[in-house]
Design a protein around this ligand. Structure first.
Ligand SMILES: Cc1ncc(COP(=O)(O)O)c(C=O)c1O
Length: 367
């Protein structure tokens, strides 16, 4: 069985976790600070805050900025993007995406802007950045907060800038992602005040800087949450970050091999101009009439395929009363997409087997 994904964990990760355990400091502390500093530097921003998930990162970014109006998001995403908006007390407004990239564009966002719109959350689908210059310009023009859902694109760039550096960046370290801490996430920003607010909000609302005379007197300045990442996971994240570019290079190599060898009639992922794709997922598109049968047959042949994302968020029970119009590409994508296995340690034998089975099954079904 070739799984959909498998994290690359080795001796360095084991050693680091052991070091954290031996140190006795298991919660947020020096290992998180080291990870946060390195991650901020890697993304090219002033501040990074470890957190327990990307879902929490999205939620807390909206909460910290008091966003309770309309927030434009793609419907073609994992449901956590929409949940964060609802749970923060705001209203998601669903935009369509570009059929080729699966990404939201400025042209799709603009008609949805009203006087109630406060923020936009572009999702960088499957490891490829949205066209951020146009989105940044639109947000500046309409004075909208820009929060990037970069869960699936750690290390991806647009015009040589990392995703998560254009707005407030929210990242996921779930095991299927470009790097992992099991569960976990990060928020990035250049805004010192916002970074401080987030730090306080995710740690019981306690501001450690308020009482400089008696720093041991810890006082809540707001009602906060506990969404911190443990030091054990921060240690793991630190090692994964050191390997990230290498792991992403492997993903790109595998993606090229798959694209070069899959049958010409199967739609393979394309890199948008200006983008450096990091293939958190490798997705193909086939006719909706054969998609489900193809998923079933690939699974039967021992290939851990999946579908991202079907149903789209606006088609899910909880979101039935939100806007459903003008989402044709989203609908089409959710009916035609298939996610093939993608992880750095895939072997040539794995890739050849995936190619052979995918081509054969496609040929059989596509008559
Ligand atoms: C686009 C997107 N947003 C948010 C999330 C949520 O991430 P996490 O599992 O870290 O909360 C995911 C993860 O699956 C995702 O793909």
């Amino acid at each position: 069985m070739i799984p959909l994904c498998r994290p690359s964990i080795g001796q360095d990760e084991f050693k680091k976790i052991q070091e954290v355990l031996i140190s006795g400091w298991l919660t947020h502390g020096p290992f998180n600070e080291e990870f946060e500093e390195s991650f901020a530097k890697y993304i090219g921003v002033g501040y990074a805050q470890t957190i327990n998930s990307c879902a929490s990162a999205l939620f807390i970014a909206l909460k910290a900025l008091n966003i309770t109006g309309e927030v434009i998001i793609p419907s073609f995403t994992f449901v956590a993007t929409a949940h964060a908006v609802v749970l923060a007390g705001a209203k998601p407004v669903f935009a369509d995406v570009d059929y080729n990239s699966g990404n939201i564009t400025a042209q799709m966002i603009e008609p949805l802007i009203t006087d109630k719109t406060q923020a936009v959350i572009p999702v960088h689908f499957s490891g490829q950045s949205c066209k951020m210059d146009e989105i940044v310009e639109l947000c500046e023009k309409h004075k909208l907060v820009l929060i990037e859902d970069s869960a699936e694109a750690i290390g991806a760039t647009y015009k040589n800038r990392k995703t998560g550096s254009f707005g407030i960046g929210c990242f996921s370290f779930f095991p299927t992602k470009n790097m992992t801490t099991g569960e976990g996430g990060m928020i990035t920003t250049n805004d010192a005040e916002l970074a401080h607010k987030i730090k306080v909000l995710i740690s019981h609302g306690i501001d450690k800087t308020t009482n400089t005379k008696f720093p041991w007197q810890r006082e809540a300045v707001t009602a906060g949450y506990n969404l911190r990442m443990s030091g054990i996971l921060a240690g793991l994240g630190m090692i994964q970050l050191q390997k990230l570019d290498q792991m992403n290079a492997k993903r790109r190599e595998h993606a090229k091999y798959l694209s070069d060898n899959l049958s010409g009639d199967i739609e393979t992922p394309k890199e948008t101009n200006g983008c450096h794709h990091v293939y958190q997922m490798y997705t193909i598109k086939v006719k909706p009439e054969i998609r489900n049968a193809m998923v079933e047959e690939l699974k039967k042949s021992g290939i851990g395929v999946s579908v991202h994302f079907s149903p789209a968020v606006h088609q899910q029970a909880y979101y039935k009363n939100y806007n459903h119009e003008n989402l044709a590409n989203t609908q089409k994508l959710s009916e035609s997409i298939i996610t093939l296995p993608m992880f750095p340690d895939l072997t040539k034998d794995d890739l050849d087997y995936i190619i052979k089975q995918t081509n054969d099954i496609f040929k059989k079904l596509n008559n």
